[in-house]
Write a protein that binds this ligand. Structure first.
Ligand code: HEC
Ligand code: HEC
Ligand code: HEC
Length: 422
């Protein structure tokens, strides 16, 4: 159950759009400036950005942190809480101890929280950071908005079921730096494991929704595949330099790829605002990870029927933008060559991009995020399957073929339209 809960929660986080106005987020800065202990509040605001609290705690079009984002699951709905300083509907009357209980221990006033709230990561936060985060959260202007968090039907509504889940999967030991590693790697580990919770999307889950041992090896969250972040050369970040990772997290694009889907939200709301030193620390942490031990398969031969048909489709539909070699145009059209997102074992993200199109993030570093149109209206299931099989087996890529049935399934799941072109 928990696996579905968590996955669909994320899906709805993604679907919810979580269109945060970063301007609105920073507008609180003006308020905070009047308050004492400015530096602690500023540091707390930075931690809230690194922890991306606003992504879940803001309803589409709603006031930041006022909650109300519905996280739909097959069992019912969990809604993210109002964490503004409103005393009646928010957490304005809470003490630091109550905030700590919720954020680092998963215990709210009504009992155990569901792990849709990433207390499993935040548990690693230091006492000083938790206190600074609270100092900032308290400055968020009150918004009166009553949220009923738990609308799950019986028996999933029983919060004490999480006692068992926590006993199995919740490691509440605080973060401990590893003296054998550099300061940068330790800082990166802290940022990623205690705050940014990258693993919530990139680490495969076991049957009960706990993290599997395949840390950061990539997994699908209904409709998207969050790729391998280990140093595997083919499916992961093995060929990326630390600087490539920094550029991607700051701007949403680099010489290998451009972000889409929920990753775009992560970059827009969170990573683009991190300091240069912290982005380099995150990159150092990922570059120090062992590679996923899976060899690249041989590509399908160029005379494979699907690869041939896909190449013809590519020339007609795609090469005007992506160029016939797949190299693209720097900072505008991402390269498709030796692209780990294309080599991913699951084609979920590619199906999503081809059917629905994609818009890259508009970041301070790259203000005009480029866009690609969707092809659902124009290409039949077998044409999309062929063109994806072609890009997965040319231009330095190699991965399993995509079938027309895969495309039909994705078309249905995404609610994408049927072909109207002929
Ligand atoms: C991935 C989504 C997600 C993120 C990110 C997230 N939260 Fe939550 N949070 C939730 C959900 C969902 C709940 C309600 C859980 C429940 O009712 O069991 C919640 C509950 C809470 C509560 C308890 C509120 C109450 O009234 O019981 C607090 C406090 C809180 N979150 C603070 C934070 C802070 C601070 C951050 C950032 C450091 C954060 N959250 C990030 C999803 C999220
Ligand atoms: C809410 C889910 C989510 C979270 C949290 C998340 N990611 Fe992602 N990430 C994705 C998805 C989905 C993709 C694939 C989208 C695409 O192809 O652009 C992705 C893509 C990436 C890529 C590109 C990989 C490639 O091969 O193209 C990198 C690098 C990355 N994420 C790093 C991170 C880091 C570092 C963090 C934590 C700071 C993080 N992600 C947090 C969902 C997430
Ligand atoms: C009008 C120009 C245009 C056309 C036509 C186009 N693309 Fe794209 N494509 C883009 C842009 C721009 C992006 C990056 C969008 C972003 O930043 O999210 C992109 C992204 C992609 C990605 C994701 C790359 C990554 O690193 O995650 C794939 C895969 C892709 N395109 C394949 C195709 C295929 C296959 C076709 C033909 C069926 C096609 N594109 C047609 C402009 C185009």
């Amino acid at each position: 159950m928990a696996r579905y809960l968590l996955r669909s929660t994320l899906r709805s986080c993604i679907r919810g759009g979580v269109a945060l106005s970063v301007a609105a987020l920073f507008a609180h800065g003006a308020q905070a400036q009047d308050a004492p202990a400015d530096t602690r509040i500023d540091h707390g605001r930075y931690l809230a950005i690194a922890g991306d609290c606003v992504a879940c705690h803001t309803a589409p079009g709603g006031k930041p942190f006022a909650g109300g984002l519905d996280l739909n699951t097959p069992f019912g709905t969990i809604t993210a809480s109002n964490i503004t300083s409103d005393t009646a509907s928010g957490i304005g009357s809470w003490s630091l101890q109550q905030f700590d209980a919720a954020v680092r221990h998963g215990k709210g006033p009504n009992g155990h929280l569901y792990p849709a709230m990433p207390y499993t990561a935040y548990a690693k936060m230091t006492d000083a950071d938790l206190a600074d985060l609270w100092a900032y959260i308290r400055t968020i202007p009150p918004v009166s908005q009553k949220v009923v968090e738990n609308k799950l039907p019986f028996p999933y509504n029983i919060r004490s079921a999480m006692i068992v889940w926590n006993a199995l999967f919740f490691d509440s030991t605080p973060f401990r730096p590893d003296s054998a590693k550099s300061d940068a790697v330790n800082r990166g580990a802290y940022l990623v494991e205690a705050l940014a919770h990258c693993g919530i999307c990139h680490t495969p889950k076991n049957a009960l929704g706990g993290d599997s041992a395949a840390t950061y090896q990539g997994t699908s969250l209904q409709g998207w595949h969050a790729p391998d972040l280990t140093n595997n050369d083919h499916t992961g970040l093995g060929k990326w330099s630390a600087e490539d990772i920094v550029t991607y997290l700051r701007s949403g694009t680099n010489r290998y790829t451009a972000s889409s889907g929920s990753m775009t939200e992560v970059i827009v709301n969170s990573t683009q605002h991190l300091t240069d030193a912290d982005l380099h620390a995150i990159a150092a942490y990922f570059k120090a990870l062992p590679a996923r031990t899976v060899e690249a398969p041989p590509p399908l031969p160029a005379n494979n029927a699907q690869v041939e048909a896909g190449r013809r489709e590519f020339v007609v539909q795609c090469s005007a933008c992506h160029t016939s070699s797949g190299q693209g145009v720097t900072n505008m059209i991402p390269s498709l060559q030796s692209n780990p997102a294309i080599n991913a074992r699951s084609p979920d993200s590619l199906l999503n991009i081809l059917l629905a199109g994609t818009t890259g993030p508009a970041t301070a570093a790259n203000p005009t995020g480029a866009a690609m149109p969707g092809f659902a209206w124009k290409l039949q299931d077998d044409q999309i399957a062929d063109v994806l099989t072609y890009i997965r087996n040319s231009q330095g890529n190699a991965a399993a073929a995509v079938s027309a049935a895969d495309v039909a399934k994705a078309r249905k799941a995404l609610g994408a339209q049927q072909v109207v072109w002929h």
